[in-house]
Design a protein around this ligand. Structure first.
Ligand SMILES: Nc1ncnc2c1ncn2[C@@H]1O[C@H](COP(=O)(O)OP(=O)(O)OP(=O)(O)O)[C@@H](O)[C@H]1O
Ligand SMILES: [Mg+2]
Length: 349
């Protein structure tokens, strides 16, 4: 026989497709009525016009039919402002420790932070960030990107993200692309105007992105940093001392990186360096011959100076034509290089 209890129990397995939490836990199930084998109920949505309504409807119906119901009448409602506030307060509480620290930063959070840095601009940090993230996701890892280049954010454009994060009260649900959860200041700027925050606001911004974002469980959080040793790099170092660093260079820019890198190291020696990624390292012709356009030793010289290793050499190549995305195809030479890098990183972390 169908009972309220059985129905609620079955709905515990139905997740809100955005928050990835049970609709029961999120307090979205209301007015369950049973008449014989006919069940009617209301699901209150976190936001109005939730685009994933159809998915919820199907999952709820399937779960209740599996109990033997012959008809399910489902109505949708939406949470009141008060209910939404309560929900985000509880999500935010989960994201914050009793000391007020982002939960993610706890040693036992299971999240590996990887900051992608460089001494100079334009060497391919963002390219490395998004392609490494996509490669980690292809390996089944749960991956997020924080576009920490807050003045010169480029991740949304480079990944061809046109959506904005869903906002539930003050809580942002990151946009998922290539299997990766993405947050960027670019989502919040008006008409792509640059962001003009300085000093203390910056630190708050990083915190906000850790605490007021519903990341769910992550294995890796990649941070795409602006070039050099500015405020953001210093704040990230202070806020996330456990982050590991990947330093991106091109062969011809390596020398200039040593000096600027030394500056950061003098101030913050905490970040462990995973290694150097030498980007645009060579050009491979169609018959597999490698041309080293900018010399051969830049990456290894930088790695030597920093007492680390070159962990990847990424060839010079265009991403797939016509897509406009800077994420390289899995089967391309560059895509494969990132797959190897992802495998190595998974192996050591
Ligand atoms: N391996 C590559 N082959 C060809 N083009 C590349 C490669 N890597 C990066 N690029 C191109 O070089 C330009 C700079 O790359 P990217 O934006 O990733 O660098 P960045 O270090 O993040 O720059 P910024 O310092 O401005 O943030 C982009 O147009 C990108 O598409
Ligand atoms: Mg960049």
């Amino acid at each position: 026989m169908l009972t309220q209890q059985k129905i609620i129990h079955a709905l515990k397995d139905v997740e809100d497709p955005e928050l990835h939490k049970s609709v029961v836990e999120l307090n979205m199930v209301r007015d369950v009525h049973i008449e014989g084998t006919h069940v009617s109920l209301t699901i209150v949505l976190t936001i109005q016009g939730c685009p994933l309504k159809a998915k919820i409807k199907q999952d709820v119906e399937t779960a209740i039919q599996a109990l033997g119901a012959t008809a399910v009448t489902l109505q949708f409602g939406s949470m009141t402002d008060e209910e939404r506030k309560q929900l985000t307060a509880s999500l935010k509480k989960e994201n914050t420790t009793s000391e007020g620290m982002p939960t993610m930063l706890r040693e036992d959070s299971g999240v590996t932070f990887i900051a992608v840095t460089s001494g100079k601009g334009g060497v391919g940090k963002s390219t490395v960030t998004i392609n490494l993230a996509a490669a980690l996701a292809r390996q089944g890892k749960r991956v997020g990107i924080v576009d920490a280049d807050i003045y010169g954010y480029s991740i949304p454009t480079m990944m061809k993200i046109t959506e904005k994060p869903t906002m539930i009260d003050q809580m942002a649900v990151p946009v998922t692309k290539e299997g990766v959860k993405v947050m960027s200041m670019g989502f919040f700027s008006k008409d792509n105007q640059p962001v003009m925050w300085r000093g203390p606001m910056l630190n708050k911004w990083i915190r906000n992105f850790l605490v007021n974002t519903h990341w769910g469980d992550l294995d890796y959080l990649l941070l795409d940093l602006p070039p050099g040793t500015g405020d953001v790099a210093i704040d990230v170092a202070a806020m996330i001392p456990q982050a590991k660093e990947i330093i991106v260079t091109t062969p011809h820019n390596a020398a200039s990186h040593v000096a600027s890198r030394a500056g950061v190291m003098a101030r913050h020696t905490k970040h462990e360096i995973l290694g150097v990624v030498e980007n645009m390292a060579f050009y491979e012709t169609s018959d597999g011959e490698r041309n080293y356009l900018f010399g051969k030793d830049g990456g290894s010289a930088l790695a030597g100076a920093l007492a680390t290793e070159v962990i990847a050499q990424i060839p010079f190549a265009q991403p797939e034509e016509n897509t406009g995305s800077s994420v390289y195809d899995e089967d391309s030479v560059v895509g494969e290089a990132f797959t190897h890098l992802a495998e190595d990183i998974i192996h050591i972390n």
